[in-house]
Design a binder for this molecule. Sequence first.
Ligand SMILES: [Ca+2]
Length: 398
Amino acid sequence: MSPRLVPLSLISAAIIFTTPAAAQRAQSADCAMRDSARFGEHLGIEESVHARFHVEIAADGLDLPWGMVFLSSTEALITEKHAGCITRANLETGHLTPLQNAPAVYGKGGAGMLDIELHPDYRTNGWIYFSYSIDTEAGTTLVVDRARLDGDSLAGRERLFTVRPAVRDSDNHHGGRLALKDGYLFITMGERYDLKEDAQGLDTHHGKVIRIFDDGRVPEDNPFVNTPGALPEIWSLGHRNPQGMTLNPLTGVIWEHEHGPKGGDEINIIRRGVNYGWPAITYGREYSGEKMGNGLTRMDGMAQPVYYYIPSIAPSGMDFYTGDAFPGWKGNLFIGAMAKTHLNRLVLEDNRIAREERLLGDFNWRVRAVREGPDGFLYLAVDEGLILRLRPAGIDEQ
Ligand SMILES: [Ca+2]
């Protein structure tokens, strides 16, 4: 067989095989146009203390949906973690259209195409922000880009931030949640699991919340800009594996949550220059059950969490509910739970958590993302590949 007759499939397989990281995929390969086979399926009526609601499938067939943001009341952009896609979902038909011209993504373990957010002025400037993992000569790391939509293609993509340093042989704790506020972009970054002491070091982005301007510049008033040896993008430190961050639109305060080790998942309010304690203090233990370090839960100069979970629920995604469809949920904080599969509803009193309710536990979904839609309904993305819509049910509805 002459070389030019080698089947294309073998050539592309050889190219993929000789790429430094087999898990780093060019877009296209796993990102195909699809219909949702179970679109519109009604899964029942559920009860909350303050609401009664339908659970129905708005899309399915997604590969580990991780981030979700609404373009309109009928369309969302959804990231698919390991496949590395940003997929446009039509929530009136269930049709899924992966965006063209997306970057190559390293997708494995906690690494992949992660969060996605719109600029607060998206209607006028069109900027879409997204975080994802890449493989480099020095190892894997997290980056944040922004781009605009041109039809179903990403256009004018710009690199805004790269987590330093890259690390070899760790696919864990890539963080990656994004929040935009007042011209600033906040980014969460995990401590890569094996490097937990990095969470206390100011010479690395691991275990930090980052604050940059929405165009990537570093603000002069960041807390460690004038600290010798410190990375100037750092906003707060002492974080373990933050997989949730959101702005409370009612107060302007940024909330975050992070996985503890065995127990000790935390909810924190993110403030300038604050040390949130990991790994020096924690309410969790080693996975073996041993005390973490010297077993301390408090230390001077380190913040206590607003709330913590024992045992761990493995939180992911978070959103404040501000809509009108569920009056009884107004101002509540919703968080996905993956290990203790449910939707976590938290009632706030000022900046404290007063009560907690666990919803949808019987479905055994690993709830990865939660988001209020423009229609005031609540939407969930779950590891099982579904987008669920929670819609109010009348008292008499069955
Ligand atoms: Ca902490």
